[in-house]
Ligand binder design. Structure first.
Ligand code: PHE
Length: 438
């Protein structure tokens, strides 16, 4: 079935760039990147990360854009049209992966809404013990976690149902610049605190003795998830791009914006955490337990806390809408449903699929020692994303290279092709095999 007739399109190049950067910039940047960097050699990690983003992430993003633009349809239709019928399963896998990631992303997205509201009402904890208790209490009360998950997914629905130009592009064009400005405001606040230097040193002191295969592997895994690659998000956004738009410049800018946000997030977190003498713990504990307490020690802390959680809400929304769009594009394109009906059906499925994840973080829904949410994350990001990445690398290198030759400047084309044929498949194959420990 064809779905190329009267498809929505991005209205402007900057809208396309901000929407794709919105997909890339997410909880992965603000939560995860600073830690992985702090613990893996600081500036040495940042340098290797940047190299991987541009040498492996960007070529794959280009492959997805090329397939999407040539196929001009949902992932399955585009792959069939641009590459051949036998490539359809790669699209199906991307759609499934987006649905799975969306299901648990909305749970954490709900937490960020709850914390923004708490910050506005001044009801965040002021010491680590009480903040820890409050967070533990919240995530183990299914009713409120599910209510906020519902709210988050309802907002995503409200945006995606308005389409590409009127929904996704409009939201990202307004809120991505807001995100950049607020992030810089927070970084300035954090870096000008007394004692900020110690945090900066922890984050950035280059330690080249930490460069080893495990570190390169975590940089590669982080780059991959952070750029939303391998699961047809970039293919879908590329399919809404006009034929005469350049691809290389935007791909470069998207990778740059994504790396910039991840890097600055570290400049917000560590100087503040160290300035007030806290331990830089990991993951949810840091954002939802330590940081609220850190903010409570600052002048106008409630205001800065609200800005921080609002940033998390925006970054999570712009990512979740991209996953939702991938699945909706498929439902509307392949099954001829209206956008409204398709979006409603997809959010309902994603919401229901997310309920076990929502319940599991409070304990009690473990599978072989991992919470249901972690199992979903494992399946999507450690299994499906790398397989998809290898698929798009090989497609770029061997299947659509003819189209690419016409679309990419000559010099870039040869480098890109080499990266797709050799470097990316080997590197990703390595992440896949080594990263598969439960
Ligand atoms: N890139 C997003 C982040 O860093 C996550 C994401 C993965 C979004 C896959 C879409 C698809 O949080």
């Amino acid at each position: 079935m064809s779905d190329s007739a009267s498809r929505d399109q991005f209205g402007s190049r900057i809208g396309f760039i901000l929407a794709s950067a919105g997909s890339a910039v997410g909880l992965g940047n603000i939560w995860r990147f600073p830690f992985v960097a702090g613990e893996n050699g600081g500036a040495a990690f940042v340098l290797i990360y940047l190299l991987l983003v541009f040498a492996i992430g960007m070529p794959l993003m280009l492959s997805e854009f090329i397939v999407g633009r040539h196929g001009a349809g949902n992932p399955v239709a585009s792959l069939k049209r641009a590459c051949g019928k036998s490539f359809a399963p790669l699209g199906i896998m991307g759609i499934l992966a987006c649905l799975i990631i969306l299901s648990f992303y909305a749970v954490v997205g709900g937490w960020t809404i709850k914390y923004t509201l708490d910050a506005l009402m001044g009801s965040l904890g002021t010491d680590v013990a009480s903040a820890g208790k409050a967070f533990g209490g919240f995530i183990s009360s299914p009713f409120s976690v599910i209510a906020f998950q519902f709210l988050f997914i309802a907002v995503s629905f409200g945006i995606v149902v308005r389409g590409i130009q009127g929904g996704i592009e409009k939201f990202c064009t307004i809120f991505m610049p807001v995100l950049f400005v607020l992030l810089v405001v927070l970084a300035v606040r954090s870096l000008t605190l007394d004692g900020a230097m110690e945090g900066l040193l922890f984050y950035l002191k280059p330690d080249f003795s930490k460069v080893n295969s495990a570190m390169i592997l975590s940089a590669l895994g982080q780059a991959f998830f952070s750029l939303s690659i391998g699961v047809s998000v970039m293919l879908t956004y590329g399919s809404y791009l006009k034929k005469d738009e350049p691809l290389v410049g935007p791909a470069f800018q998207i990778c740059l914006l994504d790396s910039f946000v991840a890097f600055i997030a570290g400049l917000v977190i560590f100087p503040a955490v160290f300035a007030f003498g806290f331990e830089p713990g990991q993951g949810p504990g840091l954002s939802f337990v330590t940081l609220p307490v850190v903010f409570s020690k600052m002048a106008f802390g409630g205001f800065f806390a609200a800005i921080f959680f609002f940033l998390l809400v925006i970054s999570a929304l712009t990512s979740s809408m991209s996953m939702l769009e991938v699945v909706c594009a498929w439902v509307t394109g392949e099954h001829g449903w209206s956008r409204k009906r398709a979006t409603l059906a997809v959010v309902t499925v994603a919401f229901l699929m997310g309920v076990p994840s929502a319940i599991s973080v409070g304990g009690g829904l473990d599978i072989a020692g991992k919470s249901f949410l972690d199992v979903m994350d494992f399946v999507a990001s450690k299994v499906m994303m790398p397989i998809g990445g290898i698929g798009f690398a090989l497609i770029g290198g061997f299947v659509v290279s003819g189209f690419a030759k016409e679309e990419l400047p000559e010099r870039i084309y040869s480098v890109w092709r080499f990266l797709c044929c050799v470097v990316a498949p080997v590197a990703i194959g390595w992440i896949f095999i080594s990263g598969l420990t439960w």
